[in-house]
Design a protein around this ligand. Structure first.
Ligand code: SF4
Length: 227
């Protein structure tokens, strides 16, 4: 059975008006028109993509979980996967096409906008990947964890994750540098898993003023569930 799913036909449906609001682009000096033009240039270029693998848990230690022969070290991941046998390592990316396109701008404002467009692209690929897993594999609700978001599962674990995924470079053009950064940089990787209780890394992350926060910090959760 082929246990790798590659999603390359992801349509880049981006809502310029919503993004204008999100980025607080002012209605002055033709900024809105310029931004819309930039989005229109990005549309035919963008090829967001994602891949995931269907994997099985083989064994567990106190702070480790071994999946398809690859050991991952994280107490929080281990606890989150306690009752589960099947998991889905994934990578989603804005795509090399858009990353190359973004390098063509010298103007700082245009670079910032191009960056925001790439972020939208990776989130589109991420959402499609989630939906594909939940619909095609009938998992019910899923959550995910990504290496590097919490001290407990550091960025260095990307190496094990990429080993588990096989060849993301060949599949969707995402590679891992020696310092564990993904190229294109607007890529997201992690492990998605079925869960009855929604989990967000942010629940265990005390960082203040984070614009990406998806859930409130819960200082009691770490001690009550994961210690
Ligand atoms: S609060 Fe921000 S830094 Fe912390 S896990 Fe959430 S998104 Fe990441």
């Amino acid at each position: 059975m082929n246990n790798t799913v590659i999603l390359t036909d992801v349509s880049f449906e981006i809502d310029s008006d919503q993004l204008i609001k999100k980025l607080h682009i002012p209605n002055q000096e033709g900024h809105i028109e310029k931004f819309k033009e930039l989005v229109n240039c990005a549309r035919p270029v963008a090829r967001p993509k994602a891949m995931y693998k269907i994997c099985y848990i083989e064994s567990r230690g106190d702070n480790t979980v071994t999946i398809d022969g690859i050991r991952l070290t994280s107490r929080i991941l281990r606890v989150n996967l306690d009752e589960i046998h099947r998991v889905f390592p994934f990578v989603a990316t804005c795509g090399r096409e858009l990353a190359e396109w973004s390098k063509s701008f010298d103007d700082i404002l245009e670079q910032f906008w191009a960056d925001a467009i790439m972020k939208e692209a990776v989130h589109i690929a991420f959402d499609i990947c989630k939906e594909h897993i939940e619909t095609h594999l009938q998992t019910g609700q899923t959550s995910f964890m990504e290496p590097g978001s919490l001290e407990d599962w550091p960025t260095g674990e990307q190496k094990a994750l990429f080993k588990l995924l096989g060849n993301p470079l060949e599949a969707i053009g995402v590679e891992l540098t020696d310092s564990c950064l993904m190229v294109p940089i607007k890529s997201l990787s992690g492990i998605r898993f079925p869960t009855e209780v929604n989990f967000e890394n942010c629940q265990l992350c005390p960082r203040e003023n984070c614009s990406g926060r998806r859930a409130a910090y819960d200082p009691i959760l770490l001690k009550s569930k994961y210690k």
